[in-house]
Design a protein around this ligand. Sequence first.
Ligand code: ADP
Length: 163
Amino acid sequence: MAVAVYPGSFDPVTFGHLDIIRRASLLTERLVVGVLNNSAKSPLFTVDERVEMIREAVKDLPNVEVKSFSGLTVDFAKNEGATAIVRGLRAVTDFEYELQFSQTNRKIMPTVDTIFLTTSLQYAYLSSSIVKEVASYGGDISEFVPGFVAQKITEKIEKKRGN
Ligand code: ADP
């Protein structure tokens, strides 16, 4: 694969996402991580904050870029010159949604295909929402996200409580 995009909310990025990014970067000449600017969700972090955190976490991977996008994933892929969309599959629960998403995307843009990477077992349970949930109760999230991300989550949660 020459160019692929890896789209998602990444609110915030976890070791599960980073594992997919690293593995996908080995399969592609250029991998563009796309942070979705989705007005329907109310994220903990702004799009710019999410982009910055991923950039920091992938700075050792020379063929990975991080950008934000809004609108259709297939349009983002096309604009980046990508022929593939990378998605991670954790469990059967991801499957139905991902199947529908990939089939719809192929219907809209047949030149872009979806490639699924299955999660590494040690991250199979991991999601951004579970990390936020654990952090909101003061739990230790150091095994789920890089240290600087954990710090930012704690700060955000404290700031929210203060308001
Ligand atoms: P969404 O795109 O549904 O908002 P996320 O931003 O959390 O979800 O995730 C982006 C992509 O990363 C999705 O394909 C998701 O399945 C995958 N992903 C999330 N967590 C993990 C994990 N722990 N292991 C592997 N893939 C994951």
